[in-house]
Design a protein around this ligand. Structure first.
Ligand code: NDP
Ligand code: HSE
Length: 440
């Protein structure tokens, strides 16, 4: 019988505490599947006194994450603290430098320092496993790295953030405010410690940059991702989307183009009948378009204690089995640089919501500015402030009313130039709302 794998866990919050529970509950199954036992021998967190509903008898309380990373009696260091700097980053570096294997769910750290950490793993022989960092329970890292090792990838896209999908779902279905939905996502343990990482799109961008690296063999580069979040999405956009046959989702898209890899994160209108539009609540979905094979879609829980612990424990099981994959699917030295593909060149349909002066000629001026940029309008509607489609009824003529336009495929550059001209005409007030449409 091989000696048990000795595991040390830093971080006992939403994810860490659940990992301790799962390893205990699944002791026999894990032992049978790995051919050896997995034992948690040390843990640490900020507060030893905090009530966590865990039985930690027989487990050492280490004085810091670094103490676990440096402990020669530990084989596998599990980092579940979060953040890119102290204490998570240096502790992972120390663990890898001493030849230990590391398991983490920390996408921020992998997106920022993943290449350096992968080099350390290569140099010293340990594994660096981070399946939980992208889409929690969905085994998308393994799918790209191992399952599709022989397939070229043309595009990878999906709903990569549980918090945003949860917020958009509840705003649409229950008419709740953005703030109420975010508070619930935080209470349920879905959101990041700083939830602006979720709602401003950075969490999705970190995950997308990791997926793009695995899919296209590029160096992870969060700075190469164009990012917009969901905080500007208003209830009227969700209602208009429904009227137009769409649903709004925060998508991350990485696609191979003639000029390089385009990586973008933004709210997107997807056809209501499409499979991605059916993905609701905290669920994530990733579609991989492999060359020569039909698309593969993986769907599952993208956040929360159980979903994330499932992937973390699977990564620990790989360490116990002695499986050591290259963290980014190929040696770090073989990964290529990628530069940011400019969003201005993006092509597609656009949803525009403009707060227009309800006066004769306004719609005509807007249509003219779009025509000047060769933009064809698929539909245009004016909404009464009470949500009804049509004129301004009895409201004062000077009061702005929402005008909603859908364009046929055009370029982002053309749309931006047309909107700038409309703003110069002073026929609208406030900032125009722009949501990209993705039909397939
Ligand atoms: P929590 O905030 O719930 O837990 C963080 C843990 O780290 C807490 O136990 C905290 O201690 C501990 N900690 C913080 N600072 C220190 C420190 N200086 N020294 C030692 N321990 C420290 O975070 P989550 O469990 O939600 O997330 C952990 C990681 O998993 C993050 O990287 C996150 O991005 C990732 N992740 C989270 C998912 C989720 O759904 N929650 C899904 C996928 C990934 P204490 O408890 O004493 O305060
Ligand atoms: N905050 C993240 C989300 C956690 O909501 O998707 C999972 O990575």
């Amino acid at each position: 019988m091989i000696a048990p794998l000795r595991v040390g866990i830093a971080g006992l919050g939403t994810v860490g505490a659940e990992v301790v529970r799962v390893i205990e509950r699944q002791e026999r199954t894990l032992s049978a599947r790995c051919g050896r036992a997995i034992k948690v021998v040390a843990v640490t967190a900020r507060s030893k006194a905090k009530k966590r509903g865990l039985d930690l008898r027989g487990i050492e309380w280490a004085k810091s994450p670094m103490a676990i990373a440096a402990d020669p009696e530990i084989d596998c260091f599990v980092e579940l603290i979060g953040g890119v700097d102290e204490p998570a980053g240096p502790a992972i570096e120390a663990a890898l430098s001493s030849g230990k294997s590391v398991v983490t769910a920390n996408k921020a750290l992998i997106a920022k320092h993943g290449l350096r950490l992968a080099s350390l793993a290569e140099q010293h022989g340990g594994a660096l496993n981070y399946e939980a960092a992208v889409c929690a329970a969905i085994p998308v890292i393994k799918t790209l790295r191992e399952g599709l090792a022989g397939t070229d990838i043309a595009r990878i896209y999906g709903i990569l953030n549980g918090t945003c999908n949860y917020i958009l779902t509840r705003m649409e279905q229950e008419g709740l405010s953005f703030a109420e939905c975010l508070a619930d996502a935080q209470r349920l343990g879905y959101a990041e410690a700083n939830p602006s990482f979720d709602v401003d799109g950075h969490d999705t961008a970190q995950k997308l940059s990791i997926l793009a690296s695995l899919a296209f063999g590029t160096k992870v580069a969060q700075s190469a991702v164009s990012v917009e979040g969901i905080s500007t999405i208003a209830p009227e956009d969700l209602r208009a989307a429904a009227d137009l046959g769409y649903r709004v989702k925060l998508l991350g898209v990485a696609v191979r183009t003639a000029t390089g890899i385009e990586q973008r994160v933004h709210p997107t209108m997807v056809p209501r009948t499409s499979s991605i539009a059916q993905v609701m609540d905290v669920t994530n979905a990733v579609t991989i378009d492999g060359v020569g094979i039909p698309p593969i879609t993986l769907v599952g829980a993208g956040a929360g204690a159980a979903a994330t612990a499932s992937a973390v424990v699977a990564d620990i099981a790989d360490v116990a089995r002695g499986i050591r994959a290259m963290p980014f699917g190929r040696p770090v030295a073989k990964l290529k640089l990628t530069k940011k593909a400019p969003m201005e060149r993006h092509e597609g349909g656009y949803y525009l919501r403009l707060m227009a002066r309800d006066l004769p000629g306004t719609a005509g001026k807007i249509a003219t500015r779009l025509a000047e940029q060769d933009i064809s309008i698929e539909s245009i509607m004016q909404r009464h402030p009470d949500g009804k489609v049509g004129g301004n009824g009895g409201a004062r003529k000077s009061q702005p009313v929402p005008v909603i336009l859908v364009t046929y495929a055009t370029t982002e550059d053309a749309v931006r130039r047309a909107l700038a001209a409309v703003q110069r005409d002073k026929v609208i007030s406030g900032r125009p709302q722009l949501i990209r449409i993705e039909k397939n």
